[in-house]
Design a protein around this ligand. Structure first.
Ligand code: GLV
Ligand code: MN
Ligand code: MN
Length: 717
């Protein structure tokens, strides 16, 4: 039977529509039935969101019944051939129908332990984030890990897995392969094979500045950019991988985008890297179609953002705004290698760093796609969020000095215990940050250098990372923490030193750019979610010289990040509106032009097969009027014959001129500055017009003994 279309689902009578989506939620048709009442759906993402909302709103008993409707993994139902067709397919794909007797015995034991702890079966989307099946090893490791969850956490985890199962079943039913997402996902996997020594052996991902693994990542990204059709690719003087895809005319400004490819220690595969590979997929599509846009695309894989190897962060994006401090070059890593030595070893020319500074007049702005790194999207059953602002932050390295002395002979009231002072400070930091609604503060590193089991600690070193939505909030937090440190040391007769290693001001998104993301997300048909970013991003640096706006993509595993469990799916990687929004815009256009040769059916077929190229267009579309016309023009230029092109173009120019007149009268232009610490350069002239520019154009040193976590990871001990 042919795959149904969304249109057919929207148009069918209720019972037929329900039959079309039969078997999505295991033995639970009530979910689709209720969700179908929200028809028409604007996209499958919209339909999925509505179904997830039904589950969200259901009673706890209904949710438990849904979980219990699932079969045990490789359990009795599978052995007795009583699985639903969908479950059979899924368990097959993960190789569960082909287990050894030992594996079956182990799974049976886990099923029993799990059922007695939680009272429901273990539910896992065994087809995994790529849809091609998790390995048995992965399945068993996940099963064992989740046995330790709190029951409430685990119930939510089961429900999230159920939604993922449904997503995959829906893809099957509608004949959808998220091929761009698969490509992005595969690139992420391929990059994750490079990891620093000491971590690689344990299967952990750690890529710090200019290590062999780091340089291999740069080389791989550069070679992938070349394969994708970038016109110029280079690794610059700080190790950024810079790819440029030219505009359709010389001298046009560029849209800058990208994110970082370094990682925290034992981190995830998506933090930073998603923001490199999503735009890379877009350029690949542009190149495949032999299409140029009226602006260049400059994609940057930033060499360093996490501040892991040296006490310096944002080395990559900082260099682009002229914020590379030469005193960093003499800093040593844990092995005594200075940054300058590391750079020379990597063949980078330190003397060329200053020349990396970009002239903002040559850029339209900066956009960054990033995994959310938190639970918000996952809890709200939403694939995307638009970032309103990036929190301001400050980081310190603190050393507390007391007196090292005999642990057995020194009475408790005669000690100056540096570690006890640090412990008190950690609690004070935690209390103070919790007083503000959105502030956070973390002591991610803590060590007693040369400590012994029988010596009262004479020295203790720790890091403090403090963040708040506003600079004023961050400064107040910082003042109070410093006061607490002084008071604690005074009372305990300790000394301390404090070294500021990073300070970044809060970075509100440029309103016009945020609005472009918003329109693109809305075109997906899912509710628009705006949020501040608690994490720091390269966009904070670019923010000081050009308008910026970010898009967040939902993470799996409740959005966990700076953790190997950080994950996204190939469906999520396909979801960013750069890959979808154009559909609706272009379809509007197509219906307006249906009487031309470039008529709707032909257009539709074209648009659905090639939509990804519209990502930059979605981003660049003017605030008003609708973005459909400029984007459609490109599509037209790219595909239509000369006659069609001429007719359509003259009509379009007339319509644009009319729109321009009304837009001039009513539209809000892109402001030259927003609530922003420093002024941006004057925005591109055409950006405020309807005929938009789219047409014209750490702190942490390397791990110290006794401390493997990093300043921005919450310690797990
Ligand atoms: C970067 O990942 C940060 O610490 O926010
Ligand atoms: Mn990070
Ligand atoms: Mn990041």
């Amino acid at each position: 039977m042919a795959n149904p279309t969304l249109q057919q689902l929207n148009d069918a009578p209720p019972d037929q529509a329900l039959a079309m989506v039969d078997g999505l939620y295991e033995h639970s048709p009530w979910i689709a039935e209720q969700a179908l009442r929200s028809r028409p759906f604007r996209s499958l993402a919209h339909f999925k969101h509505c179904m997830a909302q039904v589950v969200h709103a259901a009673s706890r008993d209904q949710q438990l019944a849904l979980v219990r409707a699932h079969p045990e993994l490789a359990g009795k139902a599978m052995r007795d051939n009583r699985l639903s067709t969908e479950s059979t397919h899924e368990q097959n794909k993960a190789g569960l129908t082909n287990c050894t007797p030992e594996e079956l015995a182990r799974i049976a034991r886990l099923n029993t332990d799990y059922a007695s702890r939680f009272g429901h079966p273990f539910v896992l989307a065994v087809r995994g984030p790529r849809g091609s099946g998790l390995s048995k090893h992965n399945i068993l490791a996940t099963f064992e890990r989740r046995l330790h969850h709190h029951p409430e956490t685990e119930l939510q985890e089961c429900l999230r897995n159920i939604h993922r199962i449904v997503e995959l079943r829906l893809n099957d039913k509608f004949g959808i392969t998220p091929s761009l997402g698969n490509q992005v996902w595969d690139w992420q996997e391929q990059l994750s094979v490079f990891s620093d020594p000491g971590y690689a052996e344990k299967g952990q991902l750690t890529v710090t500045y200019l290590t062999d693994a780091h340089r291999s990542c740069a080389a791989q990204i550069a070679s992938q950019m070349r394969e994708c059709g970038f016109d110029q690719v280079e690794i610059d003087a700080v190790g950024n991988v810079v790819g440029r895809y030219h505009a359709d005319q010389p001298g046009a400004r560029a849209l800058m985008t990208g994110s970082h490819y370094d990682t925290v220690r034992n981190g995830g595969k998506y933090d930073g890297r998603l923001g490199i590979f999503v735009p890379m997929a877009c350029v690949r599509e542009l190149h495949r179609m032999q299409t140029r846009l009226p602006f260049a695309i400059e994609l940057i894989g930033f060499a360093e953002e996490e501040g892991q190897r040296y006490n310096a962060t944002f080395l990559g994006s900082g260099a682009l705004i002229g914020d590379f401090r030469t005193d960093w070059l003499t800093q040593k890593d844990a092995d005594g290698i200075t940054m300058q030595q590391a750079m020379e070893h990597a063949g980078l020319r330190v003397q060329d760093i200053a020349a990396l500074q970009r002239d903002p007049a040559h850029y339209l702005g900066f956009v960054e796609v990033h995994i959310e790194q938190g639970p918000v999207l996952s809890e709200s059953d939403l694939p995307l969020a638009v970032v309103t602002s990036i929190n301001g932050s400050v980081r310190y390295l603190v050393e507390i000095v007391g007196t090292a002395c005999h642990a057995g002979t020194t009475p408790m009231d005669r000690r100056s215990d540096a570690a006890a002072g640090a412990a008190e400070l950690i609690l004070a930091v935690e209390r103070r940050a919790a007083q503000d609604a959105n502030s956070v503060a973390t002591v991610g590193q803590l060590t007693v250098p040369s400590g012994s089991i029988n010596v009262v600690p004479g020295r203790c070193q720790l890091s403090i990372d403090m963040r708040a939505p506003t600079d004023a909030g961050r400064d107040a937090l910082e003042r109070d923490v410093q006061a607490a440190l002084a008071a604690i040391c005074e009372r305990r007769q300790l000394r301390y030193t404090l070294e500021e290693t990073m300070r970044a001001d809060a970075a509100p998104s440029a309103p016009a750019w945020q609005a472009r993301w918003e329109r693109a997300v809305q075109a997906l048909g899912v509710p628009l979610h705006r949020m501040a970013s608690g994490a720091g991003h390269d966009a904070m640096k670019l923010h000081t010289v050009m308008p910026q706006a970010m898009l967040f993509v939902r993470g799996q595993n409740a959005g966990i990040s700076h953790n190997p469990l950080e994950s996204t799916t190939s469906d999520e990687a396909t979801t960013p509106p750069m890959l979808n929004a154009p559909h609706s815009c272009c379809r509007q256009w197509a219906s307006r032009w249906k009487n031309t040769r470039y008529h709707r059916p032909r257009y539709k077929q074209w648009a659905w097969s090639r939509s990804p190229i519209w990502w930059p267009a979605g981003v660049m579309a003017p605030a008003r009027p609708s973005c459909s016309t400029p984007m459609a023009t490109w599509c037209h230029r790219a595909k239509a014959g000369p006659m069609t092109r001429m007719v359509a173009r003259s009509k379009m120019v007339a319509s644009l001129a009319a729109r321009q007149r009304s837009a001039n009268a009513t539209s809000r232009p892109i402001p030259s500055r927003c609530a922003h610490s420093k002024p941006w350069p004057v925005p591109p002239k055409a950006a405020s017009s309807c005929y938009s520019p789219t047409m014209k154009s750490s702190v942490a040193r390397s791990a110290r003994p006794g401390c493997s976590s990093t300043t921005s990871s919450i310690p797990t001990w």
